[in-house]
Write a protein that binds this ligand. Structure first.
Ligand code: 2HG
Ligand code: ZN
Length: 466
């Protein structure tokens, strides 16, 4: 039998200040960073420990109240935004932000879900180690959200997606059970690797409360370079040469279309140190071997001689490195200021990036002559943010379908790193095969039969109710 839902009962669990009901205080939890998704909620609950998360989940489960987990709110797919019903409870992990332990010998860190990525990165750096998850939103994104969305970022090329960093996980399941698998083991084949069910499923199967992350050695030398390249094909030629010359040291290989950096100049006021070009590549390499810089210089000389790049600059100081990265990381903000943009966080096999860009540009400009294409992304791992700025009255669904059909035709994915959230639910169901969707449905029903965990995200809610 359903019990009555009571704010007072929640307060008894998380303390007076742990429940937010005031409309103004609740507002930031009910919209995303871009203000694109908006909803309403009964309240936001901010537990202080895993036991409190479990108690909150049990109270909500008993009353049949849906839960929307909330991290740094930077996901861009609406995964942390409640629906319009006002029935949902937001569960913010922000008061669970401890770094529980750090093991320098094993190079691991146990961290709570609410810890901001940058804080975790700094703690690793203080111990002479590297937490190799690097995102433009690292100053706000929280570990729980990063793992729940299996975030990517700029160094996936070398270190893989967030999933690959997770050695151990602690979760609260939909019935309020704490499942702790906070092991520090690099090798653990004892049974099902259940933690993968909670990584990348955006809180639809349970709540990530803590994790053991695999750190990496910190390189002593780093080289960052910006190149101007005539075409996307040339960018891939640079990638190939870089992989051959300095492959294992390459952290990032970012591609930016000329218009993307024009947006940054116009809306953020930052300019490139190179002459205007159709495309730019920002690459970063790091190694503890002192010969790194010589190797990068040699590789760049080769690239210029072959004509794969028309110009290039290597950062001479940390300040210059930050300036080059600042250009890249300002594209999202510049785009947000430029008007209504429709995001496509897509990936295709790396070798097909130029072909995809060619056909997509042609098709988009034919269907939407007033569109401005803002293409940039992590070319080294095949992920392009193929964002399109369109007039307010343009049909975004037509645009989404057009782009995603081309992505699928190129063997790609309609969400490379930002997840499905509420933004891409329909498109996921249009683009994925029936057996894959059925498998997802069976997993959802097994772990969250009442459909109370982040309903309507990733999977349509009808999956549970039908
Ligand atoms: C990035 O690569 C982020 O900067 C944001 O993933 C992507 O704004 C976007 O579409
Ligand atoms: Zn990205």
């Amino acid at each position: 039998m359903m019990e009555d839902f009571s704010i007072e009962a929640l307060r008894r669990v998380v303390g007076e200040r742990g429940v937010i009901t005031d409309e103004a205080d609740l507002a930031p939890f009910c919209t995303d960073w871009r203000g694109m998704f908006k909803g309403r909620a009964r309240c936001a609950v901010l537990p202080r420990c895993t036991a409190e998360v479990a108690a909150v989940v049990r109270l909500c489960a008993a009353a049949g109240v849906p839960i929307v987990p909330h991290g740094g709110n930077t996901g861009l797919s609406g995964g942390a935004t409640p629906d319009a019903s006002g029935e949902q409870v937001i569960l913010s992990l922000s008061r669970m932000s401890a770094i529980r332990s750090l093991d320098v010998i094993g190079e691991t860190m146990e961290v709570e879900a609410g810890c901001i990525l940058q804080v975790a990165q700094e703690a690793a750096a203080d111990a002479g180690l590297l937490l190799p998850i690097t995102l433009a939103a690292e100053g706000s994104a929280r570990i729980g959200g990063i793992l729940s969305t299996n975030a990517g970022g700029t160094n996936v090329l070398r270190y893989g997606m967030a999933r690959g960093r997770v050695l151990g996980l602690e979760v609260v399941t939909a019935d309020g059970t704490i499942v702790s698998g906070l092991r520090q083991l690099r090798k653990d084949n004892a049974g099902y690797d259940w933690k993968q069910l909670f990584i990348g499923t955006e809180g639809t199967l349970g709540i990530v409360t803590a994790a053991v992350l695999q750190l990496a050695p910190k390189s002593r030398h780093r080289v960052t370079a910006l190149l101007a390249v005539p075409s996307a094909d040339d960018a891939l030629a640079v990638l190939r040469l870089a992989r051959q010359a300095i492959g294992e040291t390459l952290n990032a290989f970012e591609l930016m279309a000329g218009p993307a950096l024009e947006l940054v100049a116009r809306h953020v006021g930052l300019t490139t140190p190179l002459a205007p070009a159709p495309w730019y590549v920002l690459l970063e390499a790091s190694s503890s071997l002192p010969s790194l810089r010589d190797a990068v210089e040699e590789m760049l000389a080769d690239v210029l001689e072959r004509g794969a790049a028309s110009d290039g600059v290597i950062a001479e100081s940390e300040k210059q490195e930050r300036e080059l990265w600042h250009l890249r990381e300002s594209i999202t903000e510049a785009e947000a200021r430029a008007g209504r943009s429709i995001k496509h966080d897509v990936s295709v096999p790396i070798a097909l990036i130029p072909a995809f860009l060619r056909v997509a540009d042609e098709a988009v400009m034919k269907a939407f002559p007033q569109a401005r294409i803002n293409a940039f992304g992590h070319a080294g791992d095949g992920n392009i943010h193929y964002n399109v700025i369109i007039p307010p009255d343009a049909d975004s669904q037509v645009l989404n379908r057009l782009v995603h059909d081309l992505v699928v035709a190129h063997g790609g994915s309609i969400s490379a790193e930002h997840g499905i959230g509420q933004y891409r639910v329909d498109e996921l169901h249009r683009c994925r095969s029936a057996p894959e969707l059925e498998l997802a449905r069976r997993i959802k029903l097994a772990l969250d039969p009442a459909g109370l965990m982040n309903p309507g995200k990733v999977l349509p809610q009808t999956i549970v109710t039908r």
